[in-house]
Ligand binder design. Structure first.
Ligand code: ADP
Length: 719
């Protein structure tokens, strides 16, 4: 009897395709296969197997069973669940899950080994090489290890005493040692760690919210939980998710120190061959700890027992392009599928997680003080209406004075401004023209380091013109407003003796450069660091005692549902960098609206009052976490066709109790890369299966080829 294999392909296709299993292939669920699609052969995954009933139309046979690790059942189920939840094709999350499997293999390594032949002419140098050759090294490493000239090694190879062979580079991933001693936990840390260990000991799915102020030692606590998970089961795997690549670097170091072995590293800066190594080692269970960014959640874990989502409130966990998902929410779903424990850690948890904790769905473990002698910083507001910076300057006299005192004491300052580049707007003072991107509704941001004007939405860039492209006036283009590069310039002018550096995703363009800057800051080699959020979260800088927030109101402008929450979280994180050791820290927030509830809550360090007020507002409006939202962005090139289609879509929205559909409306960002955009917003009661509703809606309309419909469950962006 022959069998039919359902194969999911990593492509935007609505469902798995059926193929005939060739005689003797012996397929199992999760196998990676090569499947024909039109003229192409694609890597796919077997998600179903059934006996062929007679009389079916003949199916194309599969081309081959690939020699590659099988996707574990939990991964296959998770991929399908994620697609259903996000109302997207299952091939989209599968493509993320297979990213490592499709990466090129690491190149084989050249290794020198002894052949057993004796050298015709033994010398002390040759003896050193022969001794070192026991370690299976590459030729240059052998030269280095033996401390001899390259000619000695070459001579021995020519003589046949040593032979060079190519071996496949297999990552070893030393097993972590959970028995190694960690930090001695203080009593409240120990209580929180016990809470996590109790959850792990119960076994199965469970979620804990590790809610501790900045510097309380949340990392130490969750590493204890990781140790417990690894110790309880020699095949157990642990995943630690972080919102920023810069943060993964710091946590990798702490994991390596705690367990005596490097964890697997997973994010977009990891080179493809290394990614493939991690992917295969995770699938086969050899890699037991992974530290990574959000897409690590799609790795093929063989026996996942614990997922930590560190800085769980962070909006960077939301993937907004391609397959749209929120890694925190999907982590909880994956935990349910894998029967794993989940730890959500934050100093400023999301309202969603706080609500779940309040309602008893999550274990709530709180750490209310910093570890040891460190104290939370004093937070003061600088009212810019009373104490404005000089014209063309961005740092107020009060902040400059505090910076001077800090510098004089040999301590460090962090200036936080969540804006990359030099100036957010360039304008012609002759004709008033604002420099905008050619095909997108956005201002071009000036970058002085590169001398270019850049669109932060699409990456479009052009050299800064000498003359206004509109009126032709020369030397009339002026930079408006500050970005980090401009604040750096000001800090350098104010403190010429200070070592000033800037950290943003443009300046720390890869993980290694980011790590170098963070290490330099931690080692006290920088006096003033001007940083965007890429460096203002999670890190420990022992000599940092002053945090200056250049524009505290920035995130509140053009506010959406989460503007206040996000601003509170970001500023609590940034100010939380100050005062990490025994030296007291200060944070100064420059604001035009000191009376705003967010500023008042920050200054009073009263998170609970802020959360309570924010929750009450959301509850009244039926917004998350009390209700559910979904957004639909419809885009097209031709305005008339787009308008016609969104009207059709509006009529096709199913009537359903507890669901309200708003729109279509022009998106605030009405044009991106030449495509016009319209939006719908859907609000639903908590009990509604919003994914099912959206899927039903989508099934009722068929967009023309030139129109794109993107569904975003639980949107974070309203642009
Ligand atoms: P959080 O993640 O809550 O901000 P961390 O875990 O990074 O806090 O801890 C802050 C700092 O305090 C780190 O430098 C950490 O090594 C140190 N620390 C925390 N707990 C302990 C402990 N029990 N013993 C020694 N050092 C600790």
């Amino acid at each position: 009897m022959s069998r039919i294999a359902s194969v999911l392909l990593p492509m935007p296709l609505p469902e798995a395709f059926d193929y005939a299993e060739p005689e003797g292939m012996g397929l199992q669920l999760g196998d990676q296969v090569s499947a024909p699609l039109g003229p192409r052969l694609l890597r796919g995954v077997v998600v179903g197997l059934r006996e062929a009933a007679g009389g079916n139309r003949p199916l194309k046979p599969l081309e081959a069973l690939l020699e590659a690790p099988r996707l574990p059942p939990g991964t296959v189920e998770f991929v399908q669940w994620a697609a259903r939840y996000s109302v997207d094709w299952p091939g989209q999350p599968l493509a993320i899950a297979l990213r490592g499997a499709r990466a090129p293999k690491p190149r084989p390594m050249r290794i020198v080994a002894l052949t057993g032949a004796q050298p015709a002419r033994p010398t002390p140098a040759r003896a050193k090489v022969i001794e070192a050759a026991a370690q299976a090294l590459s030729p240059p490493d052998l030269v280095r290890a033996a401390g001899v000239g390259a000619g000695v090694v070459k001579g021995l190879i020519d003589e046949g005493v040593l032979a060079v062979s190519l071996v496949e580079a297999v990552a070893s991933f030393d097993p972590p040692d959970p028995a190694r001693a960690g930090a001695t936990l203080n009593p409240s840390q120990a209580a929180a760690a016990d809470g996590l260990k109790a959850m792990l000991a119960e076994g199965g799915f469970g979620v804990a919210l590790l809610d501790g102020v900045t510097g309380s030692g949340k990392t130490e606590v969750y590493l204890e939980a990781a140790a417990a998970a690894l110790a309880a089961d020699v095949t157990a795997q642990v995943l630690i998710l972080l919102p920023e690549i810069a943060l993964t670097q710091a946590v990798i170091g702490r994991v390596a120190e705690r367990f005596g072995a490097e964890p697997g590293e997973w994010h977009s800066d990891v080179p493809p061959p290394a990614r493939r190594r991690v992917w295969e080692a995770v699938a086969t269970g050899r890699c037991r700890i992974v530290v990574g960014a959000r897409s690590a959640l799609f790795l093929p874990f063989a026996n996942l027992k614990l997922i930590v989502v560190d800085e769980e409130h962070d909006a960077s966990f939301k993937q907004e392009e391609g397959f749209i998902y929120h890694a925190r929410d999907l982590a909880v779903a994956r935990g349910k599928i894998e029967d794993a424990a989940i730890v959500l850690a934050s100093a400023t948890p999301s309202l969603e997680s706080l609500r779940n904790a309040e309602q008893g769905r999550y274990r709530w473990l709180r750490l209310s003080a910093r570890h040891g002698a460190a104290q939370l910083p004093d937070i003061e507001l600088i009212d810019l209406r009373e104490s404005p910076p000089d014209p063309g300057r961005w740092l107020s006299p009060a902040l400059v004075k505090a910076m001077g005192e800090t510098f004089a004491r040999g301590e460090q300052t962090l200036l936080f401004l969540n804006r990359r580049g030099y100036a957010p707007l360039v304008l012609c003072k002759a004709c008033g023209e604002r420099m905008t991107a050619p095909d997108t509704d956005s201002w071009l941001v000036e970058h002085r380091y590169s001398g270019r004007l850049v669109c932060h939405l699409t990456g479009f860039s052009m050299p800064k013109p000498k003359a206004c492209p509109h009126c032709g006036a020369h030397d009339a283009l002026v930079s408006i407003g500050p970005g980090v590069e401009r604040v750096e310039e000001e800090a350098k002018e104010l403190f010429p003796q200070a070592r000033v550096a800037v950290f943003s995703s443009d300046t720390a363009f890869d993980a290694r450069e980011g790590r170098r800057l963070i290490e330099a800051m931690a080692a006290g080699q920088i006096d003033i660091l001007v940083a965007t959020q890429a460096a203002a979260k999670g890190h420990n800088f022992p000599d940092l005692t002053l945090v200056g927030v250049v524009d505290a109101d920035l995130g509140l402008r053009g506010g959406d549902l989460r503007a206040a929450e996000r601003t509170y979280q970001l500023l609590a994180q940034a100010t939380g960098r100050a005062g990490r050791r025994d030296k007291p820290g200060r944070a100064l927030l420059q604001t035009w609206a000191p009376e705003h509830a967010v500023m008042q809550a920050l200054a009073a360090q009263d998170r609970d009052a802020f959360v309570e007020a924010e929750m009450a507002e959301r509850e009244l409006a039926g917004l998350p976490p009390f209700g559910r939202l979904a957004a639909v962005v419809v885009s097209g090139i031709d305005p008339a066709q787009l308008e016609g289609f969104v009207q059709l879509m509006a009529q096709a929205a199913p009537n359903s109790a507890g669901v309200e559909v708003y729109g279509p409306a022009d998106a605030p960002l009405g044009l991106i890369r030449g495509r016009r955009r319209k939006r719908f917003l859907v609000r639903a009661d908590k009990a509604v299966d919003l994914s099912a509703y959206m899927a039903a809606w989508r099934a009722r309309v068929r967009p023309p080829a030139a129109i794109r419909v993107a569904i975003d469950i639980d949107p974070y962006s309203f642009l």
